[in-house]
Write a protein of this length. Sequence first.
Length: 159
Amino acid sequence: MLTINHEEIEGFVEEVRRLYPFFPFVGARLRKDLVWQGHSLGKDDWLLLDLYGTTHDARLFPQPAVFNPKRESSWRNGDFRFIPQGGGRPETNHRCPGEKMTVAILQETLKLICRSRPVRITPADANIPLGSIPASPAPPVSIILAHAEANAVAARFRR
Ligand code: HEM
């Protein structure tokens, strides 16, 4: 069995969300004309917030392609750099109010996988195209837990 403590689990999960944000970007349309940092923007123009680009920006996350669970990124900070589910705080901005729940579900999933080793993961590698929402692996990835396989064998045996 693989042992992993609570802080490590949270760091791992946050790094998964940083590297593979389910929503690569979010969009909005302007309700009125606006000049922002020297750019003239018109009413009804589309604006895209680049979630993927922000969580992969080397100025914010040194060596951004490296999976490093010790970065101390957290939804708790409510900042505008670690924004896999939007920036700021859900009370005052559009940051996803389901983020705490999402992290908790991922933590429980990871614990389940660690408890049930060995697992079979197929395919071993997959691309995550960023052109659609949600951005999910293609082809889809299956994780077979050891006890699930044992149950499947037992079920076949019973028939
Ligand atoms: C994998 C899980 C999830 C992902 C990747 C995700 C991602 C996002 C993103 C990117 C936004 C837009 C943020 C922005 O506009 O800046 C958002 C908004 C929102 N999310 Fe989530 N979310 C997830 C789960 C949930 C859950 C579990 C709930 C509720 C139980 C939830 C409720 C909402 C709501 C209500 C908004 C709109 C907030 C607003 O516009 O003020 N989400 N989410």
